[in-house]
Write a new protein. Structure first.
Length: 319
């Protein structure tokens, strides 16, 4: 999704989802030994997640939907594929300023949850890599639907993702598997699953189950949120999603959505929401800040970083 069509919902809270609030709102969770046992929303864009067994607290900056629109003569052949999204650029310096703030707050990890760029131009990817490397911050990256999309090119979403990941996005993964990867930071396992086509594969579901089955406190990172009441149509595991409800395929000049999402997408939702050691699910895509608890699990969709917004998350034992 792009900002041009999302701005109208900015500021709306999700029905059934936890409203953002200044001050401190604690929500009990059904945590166990390695899962989260509570969440406290702080000032705008901050949350503390309690995981009793953690030895050291860590801080994660969750950043998504910067929608950088850099392009130069090297990609002039794709001008027709970038013109529409180029009309909705990120605020000047938004990404660099976000990383600077993460540095100031001693972030242990920057979780990049997709749509950092609006299309995979060389200029976009080189800029993101330059800023990340210059920051000295650790990061993990999973793609959004725009990261690999040149509008109007032929091929399915899966085919375009494969092609443009290979041709342009690979450096962002630093040798990791673009479709599924994990890393442990201060005792918390971060699992990145690419669901930027909305549905996931059997291999990705198996990966999630193997990683979460290791028992560490586990954070799931994806671009598209898991479907919960109030998060809307543009979610993973949503029975309303499908070709008949796809509103933007002509505007975005892509193939229409499939009839419905893969069985593994629905199975992932069930697996995540029943995982005893889940800390949280962090996503982007819907461009407005939404939080929800479902079966005691904390789900956060971060606002679009194109305006400089992001979330600062502390994960630790009770303060
Ligand atoms: Fe986006």
């Amino acid at each position: 999704m792009d900002g041009s069509r999302r701005d109208f919902i900015k500021g709306l809270s999700a029905g059934g989802a936890g409203a953002l609030a200044a001050g401190c709102v604690s929500v009990p969770a059904d945590g166990c030994a390695n899962g989260a046992t509570g969440y406290a929303l702080g000032a705008k864009g901050s949350v503390r997640i309690t995981v009793p067994g953690l030895r050291n607290a860590l801080r994660v900056f969750v950043v998504g939907d910067t929608h950088l629109t850099l392009r130069d003569q090297r990609d002039v052949a794709y001008d027709g594929c970038t013109a529409r999204m180029a009309r909705y650029p990120a605020r000047d310096g938004a990404f660099a300023q976000t990383l600077a703030r993460a540095k100031e707050e001693n972030a242990d990890l920057v979780a990049l949850v997709g749509d950092i760029v609006s299309y995979p131009t060389l200029a976009n990817v080189e800029y993101v890599m330059k800023e990340l490397e210059a920051s000295g911050l650790d990061w993990i990256y999973t793609a959004g639907n725009h990261d690999w999309h040149f509008e109007g090119l032929p091929g399915s979403d899966v085919e375009q993702r494969a092609e443009w990941t290979k041709r342009r996005l690979l450096p962002l993964y630093r040798g990791g598997n673009p479709l599924m990867s994990s890393k442990v930071v201060k005792g918390v396992r971060f699992v990145a699953i690419d669901n930027s086509c909305y549905h996931i594969s059997r291999e990705q579901l198996d990966f999630w189950e193997a990683e979460s089955g290791k028992g560490d406190p586990t954070v799931l990172l994806m671009h598209v949120p898991l479907w919960v009441e109030g998060f809307g149509l543009f979610t993973c595991g949503n029975p309303q999603w499908g070709a008949a409800t796809d509103p933007y395929w002509e505007i975005e000049r892509r193939m229409r959505w499939a009839e419905r999402q893969s069985p593994e997408s629905f199975a992932l939702r069930e697996s995540v929401l029943s995982s005893p050691n889940l800390v949280a699910v962090f996503t982007g895509h819907i461009h407005t800040a939404m939080t929800a608890t479902e079966r005691g699990k904390f789900l956060l969709s971060v606002p679009a970083n194109k305006t400089g917004e992001c979330w600062s998350v502390r994960i630790g034992c009770p303060a």
